[in-house]
Design a protein around this ligand. Structure first.
Ligand SMILES: [Zn+2]
Length: 280
């Protein structure tokens, strides 16, 4: 195992990096106990895109060659043993709407939604990230999964809480059974924000100052901790099993794309999660 440099060193092993079919991916250690659960947090390594999208860019909306992205997507699916036609994604718009997915949605890009949930097997939820927080959800009791995209706007709208509410109300999950993973995102070390984010946090949280862990040298700026804000929202939604990856995309541009660290000239890495039919 390659030890990664998380911004909180003591918890770095909750996710680990492995090489599979020439791609380096991160896996969630707690998910290893469930062999029918398929998941991966892809790195940027192992694809065919050229700089600045090198190399496993999975987004067609950043200026990369669509055919190259298609090749990357095919090898990403192959690496985790997922059929591309079993995947479902969505247009990310920094909101908090949650869409429930079933078999009729396979191989589709759903309309605008930043959270997808399903309790059907052989559906693999897929999203792309490059600093915003990936939130992965798995309920081993109900056999349901979810995937959400929480940048600062989505976090202020509590997309984490909205996803848990949808899983409990629509899929019959119990919040305390849901395992929630806060994946690689821009960390408080690197995420300097301005007054727009500070003001939005004042509206969204009772005690927003706790999420501004490091003050900035620049006037009217502060460092925002997306991960701990999402963690609090998950706790308030009743989730007790929270796995914080503590990987900062901007510190770790060796493994991840970072919109902030690479000044907008970069790709997006993928996250996939779904449950396989069990061979009895
Ligand atoms: Zn950082």
């Amino acid at each position: 195992m390659v030890r990664s440099q998380g911004y909180l060193q003591e918890e770095q092993d909750v996710v680990y990096r492995v090489k599979t079919k020439n791609l380096w991916i991160y896996r969630v250690r707690a998910f290893d106990a469930y062999p029918h659960l398929k998941h991966a947090i892809f790195t940027r390594r192992g694809g065919v895109s050229l700089s600045p999208f090198d190399s496993l860019n999975l987004s067609v909306s950043v200026g990369d060659n669509p055919q190259t992205v298609q090749k990357n997507f095919a090898s990403a699916c192959r690496a985790v043993g997922v059929e591309p036609e079993q995947t479902v994604s969505s247009h990310l718009i920094h909101g908090a709407d949650v869409v429930t997915i079933n078999h009729t949605n396979r191989q589709k890009v759903m309309d605008q939604a930043d959270a997808l949930i399903t309790a059907e097997l052989e559906i693999h939820l897929f999203m792309r990230f490059g600093d915003c927080t990936p939130l992965l959800f798995f309920d081993p009791v109900r056999q349901a999964v979810g995937l959400a995209h929480a940048g600062w706007r989505g976090t202020m709208k509590n997309v984490a809480g909205a996803t848990i509410a949808a899983m409990t109300q629509r899929l019959g999950c119990q919040a305390e059974n849901i395992m929630a993973v806060i994946g690689p995102a821009i960390g408080p070390c690197c995420y300097e924000v301005g007054l727009d984010v500070i003001a939005a946090a004042d509206q969204a949280f009772d005690e927003p100052e706790q999420f501004f862990t490091q003050r900035s040298n620049r006037a009217n700026h502060a460092h925002f901790n997306l991960g701990s804000a999402n963690q609090q929202q998950l706790r308030e939604a009743g989730v007790t099993h929270i796995i914080q990856s503590n990987l900062c995309t901007a510190c770790r541009t060796d493994d991840f794309f970072s919109h902030r660290a690479e000044k907008g000239q970069t790709g997006r890495f993928g996250v996939v999660i779904g449950i396989e039919e069990r061979a009895e």
